[in-house]
Design a protein around this ligand. Structure first.
Ligand code: ARG
Length: 470
């Protein structure tokens, strides 16, 4: 242990057990918090000088030491230095390095500060930054989906839409792609609100739990960091991790649509379905079966999302077990939340790359629309429009499905004639193929080409507003 590794000691007779110190350390996971902790320290220097707790030149010396630590963090030498010690966390390590670099000024950096308000502030800054990154990540994915939807719309590509995995009604491929994009746009909105909330109340200046007797200039610190205001209850400020956990939630939730799309792609990429071909850059082969082209990345996205969801939930539930104020449990929660965020980022990045590498087999999709009597609902709608009530229409079309199935054929114009005759109508018109089926849809938000075109326009507008917020 290097001299000064610990930030306490006066009241202890002997050193702590190194094995227990190691057990209690989150230093390695904390490394990605280093730049945020430095910012927190710079803000605290302003709180100290602003309140005249320390002289301006001591503040300047502390700033210089922090600059030096920043450079050491960038070139990797700080981590090497810190690993020679046994630090509980990044906060203690940076403080120790500052004290080592400037013995005299260094002793003032932690005046009126506890690691409790320090870690809470650092985590809020990290949460805000990662929410901003998340916003960029999901808007990029959504924009790529919208671009693909536009070209699928121009081609009029159709497929059998499913519910329960069974052929249901024909839809435009553009409509499916739009459906894939929508949850990422909702995710972007969530990230925007997480970022805003994270930068609302600054914990720094709360001390350990009760505030400080030192006249810290909290307003100056909040201004420097970009928080809307200093927190208004020190006990709450040191004990809450809402910003971090909401950020983890936003990331985990953003992975859910990726996992669901991935589940569909795994199915679609099987030659038994043949809707998509996984590109060479994203497919995996088999070590034994020479013909295989496996959708591994999509499977990892699917399973990885479960891990991320679990980590985000662990963060919340472990914190639910402790009373107000700081408890060391919050360190474990921190690690779960950070792991969720960092893993989710990797998942979404991989998803975006692998999705871009997909090739849709639109001819195969269209061929498959003749299976499963997908025009049935449209036939029933045609009967309803002729004044037949919904239950009767359902029964009449159901009987035609049974008959056609028996005869081993899809719907034909003869079915329209027969249905027309059954209800005493001269003619009955209804779409029998997928392309006319989608065109026949009349509601806002439907799979009709007009509706999808309007929806894509709206999505694009919303995306550019959201992207502007990055
Ligand atoms: N290592 C702790 C964490 O990351 C911060 C220190 C909190 N204070 C304490 N008294 N142990 O949550």
């Amino acid at each position: 242990m290097t001299e000064g590794s610990l930030q306490w000691g006066g009241r202890f007779r002997s050193a702590p057990d190194p094995a227990l110190l190691a057990f209690g350390s989150s230093f390695e996971d904390d490394l990605l918090l280093a730049r945020f902790d430095l910012e927190t320290s710079r803000a605290h220097v302003r709180a100290l000088t602003g309140g005249e707790v320390i002289a301006q030149d001591t503040g300047a010396k502390l700033e210089r030491a922090l600059d030096r630590v920043a450079a050491e963090i960038d070139d990797g030498s700080f981590a090497i230095w810190a690993r020679k010690g046994s630090f509980e966390d990044i906060h203690g390590a940076i403080d120790a390095r500052v004290r080592e670099l400037d013995e005299e000024a260094g002793g003032w950096l932690h005046a009126g500060r506890s690691r409790n308000d320090q870690v809470a502030t650092t985590l809020s800054l990290y949460a805000a930054a990662r929410a901003r990154d998340g916003l960029a990540r999901v808007t990029t994915i959504a924009a790529a989906l919208v671009t693909r939807a536009r070209s699928a719309l121009a081609e009029g590509s159709v497929l059998a839409g499913t519910t329960h995995g069974q052929p249901a009604q024909s839809i435009l491929l553009a409509f499916w792609l739009q459906a894939a994009a929508e949850p990422f746009v909702r995710g972007a909105r969530r990230f925007a609100s997480v970022e805003k909330d994270a930068m609302e109340a600054m914990p720094l200046g709360s001390g350990a739990l009760a505030g400080s007797c030192l006249p810290l200039d909290r307003l100056a610190a909040a201004r420097y960091l970009g928080f809307a205001r200093p927190s208004r209850n020190a006990l709450d400020a040191v004990g809450t991790r809402d910003a971090l956990f909401s950020c983890a939630d936003a990331w985990a939730t953003a992975c859910v649509p990726a996992a669901r799309i991935a589940a569909e792609i795994v199915l679609w990429s099987s030659p038994l379905v043949g809707y998509v071909r996984i590109g060479d850059a994203s497919a995996s082969g088999s070590s034994l079966m020479p013909q295989k082209r496996n959708p591994d990345i999509f499977e990892l996205v699917r399973a990885g999302t479960q891990r991320v969801l679990a980590d985000a939930k662990t963060a919340w539930s472990a914190s639910a077990a402790v009373g107000l104020s700081y408890h060391r449990d919050l360190q474990e929660c921190k690690q779960s939340a950070i792991s969720a965020i960092e893993r989710a980022d990797g998942i979404l990045a991989a998803f975006g790359r692998a999705f871009a590498d997909l090739e849709f087999d639109v001819a195969q999709m269209e061929r498959r629309t003749t299976l499963g009597y997908t025009p049935a609902t449209d036939l029933a709608d045609a009967l309803i429009l002729k004044g037949v009530d919904a239950r009767r229409a359902h029964r009449l079309v159901g009987a035609r499905v049974a008959l056609a199935e028996e005869q081993g054929r899809p719907f034909e114009t003869s079915d329209l004639r027969a249905l027309g005759a059954q209800i005493g109508a001269e003619t009955l018109e209804a779409p029998l193929d997928a392309r006319s089926g989608v065109r026949a849809k009349a509601t806002i938000g439907s799979t009709s080409p007009e509706s999808v075109a309007d929806a894509l326009d709206e999505l694009e507008k919303e995306l550019s507003v959201l992207a502007g917020a990055v």
